[in-house]
Design a protein. Structure first.
Lengths: 529, 391
């Protein structure tokens, strides 16, 4: 062993967890290597074991009470006082690599065994992968030369990505989506904040498609539209009026479109033109506005009570004023394809509509997968705690649950991304079997992760608070039997700075204003008055 | 910079009815397009595919295209075109548009795969991504390679069906085409006019210049003028006047037919319209005969060009009427001499014999006389038949 030990095994050890004592701590996440002898009590034979592990929690402890009067103010005292303090570390044993064969660790390393920094060749034994179905996620922490590849096939058992804001979740998603597409895969990102828009692929072979999610007035089920326009469930009379008017109108539009083989927007124009001749409807140009007017006319025709009609009309107007609606907009399943990343930008929608859009997208994809109309597809859901919430009922939750349950058989892969795992419904989360754990500080967040995952032991979770942005623990079937501490690759094509430089923007704006005012002479503003 | 966007001219088509008049209709509509281009002093016509109706156009279609395009060339108007599926030969034959391109009459921007061009026009440079017809299965791969050219004004000129049209066999949606990368998206393949805006970019199907199908019957025909004097494209629709009109009548009986024709005001049409009659119920033999006679009269008086009768209710008597009327309408299409002689004599060999005699005659008078003699005399026909039988 050429390198010096970083410490020694402490008083207690188990096959999977050891205490390490050292005069100086090493950073959490350091890979370690131990070699020790074990005696078989039955045969009385002695043999060597070699194991590899990761340093988890790190601490310092002083044996002499720290009293300010005794503390020397000269910096050299740090060296001389080595004797009175000690570093305490916990480490997880990842795998037994004796003789080049990798297996689960079964023997506790004896106390006082020296602990060395691990070398690349040991780690290479553990993290091997099938190249034809895997993608590179990053490199092993501290080992730039050691690629960490993950098996995309294993994502049929879905993926949970957790980490605080700024821990590198969206960079990871960009890397994952892009490289899965480079492999020929099909990916849909449900982009809650519009941060993936304009994503550039690392490769020429990938097409990134921006899909602007809108509420399709014809393809959306009537019941949903009613809920959007009249959110108050108590307004049964209003809802009934609206429901009937919508049903009548949509039936007519669908029939007209089918008979003449025209798009829905053209069908709306024809229905409107027909109505205009008899009813003196106003001359307007946008088919969406025509739809609105036709809807209002249908309501007036069927209801005698003026008050109800006026109330619903106001709500219809509000809805059209504030929502992105469309008549010809295609479904996501019509756009997905091999080697393609579809970014469904829902940032312009309000929360309930996002929820609905996600339901539509998940159901549309699952249905198309079952019909074998689309290739196996990965659906990435950002801010998943909003939709798979343990507290609030949502429309999309049931659809996502079904996607997780049934998607596996049909090639539907769900990637759940969240910064607040504690708010995720544990029933849903517990069905996910692959993990990317980025920096997590809150104890309750970490606790829920151990709870939902069968494979994650508490020792790993303790590493999470001390991870830097872009560092993550990968575990689950997709990485193999042994968790890896990884530095995720940086995706070059994603706009950096999901968090904007606010002060910079202010300053720029102020400069523009001062330049602008310098150019216009004050007197010119009064000309012509 | 001013462009004229046109598509689906289908030169050489003669639908419905296989009539010469119909073939001329398609040429006339194209001539009107050329006239508009010259009147408006456009820099270029951009054609989004299906220039010809078939990949082996008839010589007269070629001749017509040659004359029209030569006129444009003389006035310095560029003609930019992509190939539609009708312009793409299925064999290794030379694509017809390539031939016209070789003659310097047009610029074929893309024949079988997307290409990116920067075209120099009088008004400046125009970046064009040109996409010919590509099968819906293969288009995904091609879309990856599409890169908009570096130019101030960029257009996409493509022959494809948008998903937004809600039709089977669609190619791509505007999102997949990254339509917002262009200042104008010029499309072809869909025969009705359709206009939408995708993230600020106008997207236009001008539609065909002549109707090929009753589904196009109720809509007027258009081309668009694309004004590029600013960077944003401003779209102006120009209605075509020459395309032949259609009358679509749904009728339950003879009376309905009369009322329908009356409402249509046949005398107001500059060209005799195409009549498309949909019979909704079964007709008695008497009623069917009345309808048939009335329609024949309209056709003979050149008040309508073609009759097309569809019986929508499939019942036994309805079937009978349909077959009889459809036969009628076929004989109403300017019958050839061969057809007439063959129909009367009912025997191919005798008919050919008679035709030889007829054709060998010198004067028209003589032919008329001969026809009258033969057709007017049942006995003579019988004799000829026997004669041939003995032969």
């Amino acid at each position: 062993m050429s390198s010096r030990p970083i410490g020694f095994v402490g008083e207690t050890s188990t096959p999977v967890e050891i205490a390490v004592k050292a005069s100086h701590p090493v950073p959490a996440g350091t890979y370690i290597y131990l070699k020790f002898k074990v005696r078989d009590p039955i045969t009385n034979q002695e043999f060597d074991r070699e194991v590899v592990g990761i340093i988890g929690s790190v601490s310092f402890k002083s044996y002499i009470p720290v009293i300010t009067a005794t503390v020397s103010e000269t910096p050299e005292s740090y060296i001389t006082s080595d004797l009175k303090r000690e570093s305490y570390m916990n480490a997880v044993i990842v795998a037994d690599i004796t003789g080049g064969r990798v297996e689960a660790p079964r023997y506790p390393p004896p106390p006082e065994t020296p602990v060395y920094p691990a070398r690349a060749e040991y780690l290479r034994l553990i993290y091997r992968s099938k190249p034809e179905s895997s993608i590179k996620a990053g490199s092993l922490l501290g080992f730039e030369e050691l690629d960490v590849n993950v098996d995309v096939n294993a994502l049929a058992k879905h993926l949970l990505v957790v980490g605080t804001t700024g821990s590198g979740k969206s960079n990871f998603v960009a890397v994952l989506a892009d490289r899965v597409a480079q492999l020929g895969g099909s990916v849909v990102i449900f982009d809650v904040h519009g941060e993936y828009r304009g994503l550039k692929s690392e490769s020429e072979s990938v097409q990134v498609v921006d899909y602007e999610a809108t509420i399709n007035l014809i393809k959306t089920p009537i019941e949903m539209l009613v809920k959007f326009i009249i959110p108050e469930s108590a307004a049964t009379r209003q809802r009934r009026l609206l429901r009937n008017a919508l049903r009548k109108l949509n039936e007519e539009i669908v029939k007209t479109a089918a008979e003449n083989r025209i798009p829905y927007s053209e069908a709306v124009k024809r229905v409107y033109a027909k109505g205009k001749r008899s009813e003196n409807l106003e001359k307007i140009e946008k088919p969406e506005e025509m739809y609105r007017e036709l809807l209002k006319k249908n309501m007036k025709d069927s209801e005698k009570s003026d008050k109800t009609v006026v109330d619903v009309e106001d709500k219809v107007d509000d809805f059209f004023e504030w929502h992105q609606v469309g008549l010809d907009t295609p479904n996501v399943s019509e756009i997905v394809g091999c080697g393609r990343v579809v970014i469904a930008d829902v940032s312009a929608l309000i929360d309930t509509e996002k929820d609905y859009m996600l339901k539509v997208i998940a159901e549309d994809l699952l249905w198309s997968l079952k019909q074998r109309r689309i290739p196996p597809t990965m659906l990435v859901v950002e801010e998943a705690h909003l939709f798979i919430s343990s507290r609030n009922p949502t429309w999309s939750k049931e659809s996502l649950q079904r996607f997780i349950r049934e998607g596996r058989k049909f090639g539907g892969m769900l990637v759940v991304v969240s910064q607040r795992p504690r708010a995720l419904d544990p029933d849903v989360a517990s069905q996910i079997q692959n993990f990317v754990l980025l920096k997590l500080v809150q104890r309750s967040d970490r606790a829920i992760i151990t709870e939902v995952s069968d494979v994650l032991s508490e020792e790993y979770v303790n590493i999470l608070p001390s991870l830097s942005p872009g560092q993550a623990i990968l575990l689950g079937e997709w990485i193999g039997r042994y968790p890896a501490l990884v530095k995720i690759d940086l995706h070059r094509g994603k706009r950096v700075g999901a968090t904007p430089d606010v002060v910079g923007l202010w300053r720029k704006r102020l400069e523009e204003i001062s330049e602008g005012s310098a150019n216009t002479s004050p007197s010119s503003e009064w000309e012509g008055v | 910079m001013l462009l004229l966007h046109v598509s689906d001219t289908h030169l050489g088509a003669y639908k419905p009815g296989k009539l010469r008049e119909r073939e001329l209709d398609f040429y006339e509509a194209f001539n009107e397009v050329i006239d508009i281009a010259l009147r408006e002093h456009v820099d270029a016509i951009i054609h989004a595919g299906d220039f010809f109706d078939e990949p082996r156009p008839a010589p007269q279609a070629f001749l017509f295209a040659y004359r029209a395009l030569r006129k444009l060339r003389e006035h310095g108007v560029e003609f930019l075109v992509v190939a539609g599926q009708h312009d793409q030969p299925k064999t290794s034959q030379l694509p017809p548009l390539r031939f016209l391109g070789e003659m310097g009459l047009l610029r074929l921007l893309a024949q079988d795969k997307p290409e990116s061009h920067i075209v120099k026009l009088k008004g400046g440079e125009l970046g064009v991504v040109a996409m010919p017809y590509i099968s819906p299965v293969a288009i995904g791969e091609h879309l990856k390679s599409v890169k908009p050219p570096e130019a101030q004004r960029r257009i996409l000129l493509a022959h494809l069906l948008l998903r937004e049209l809600n039709m089977p066999n669609a190619h791509a949606s505007l999102a997949e085409l990254s339509a917002d990368n262009y200042n104008y998206v010029a499309l072809g393949d869909y025969h009705l006019r359709y206009e939408t805006v995708y993230r600020g970019t106008p997207v236009v199907y001008p539609g065909s210049t002549e109707a090929l199908d009753v589904l196009e019957a109720s809509s007027d025909k258009y081309v668009t003028l694309v004004d590029f004097s600013k960077r944003e494209a401003i779209v102006n629709w120009v209605k075509l006047n020459t395309p032949r009109k259609w009358i679509v009548i749904e009728a339950r009986n003879y009376n309905d037919v009369l009322i329908g024709i009356g409402k249509a005001k046949l005398e107001t049409f500059s060209k005799p319209p195409i009549l498309h009659l949909i019979l909704k119920t079964k007709q008695s033999d008497v009623e069917a005969k009345r309808i048939r006679n009335y329609l024949s009269k309209l056709s003979e008086e050149k008040k309508v060009l073609i009759l097309k009768v569809v019986v929508e209710e499939e019942e036994s008597r309805g079937e009978a009427l349909r077959s009889s009327i459809v036969e009628d309408s076929s004989s109403m299409q300017t019958p050839t001499l061969d057809q007439v002689v063959y129909n009367v004599l009912g025997d191919r060999e005798i008919a050919e014999l008679v035709l030889v005699i007829l054709r060998s005659s010198e004067s028209e008078e003589e032919v008329k006389l001969l026809i009258k003699r033969v057709l007017g005399d049942e006995e003579l026909i019988g004799k000829i038949k026997r004669l041939v039988g003995e032969k």
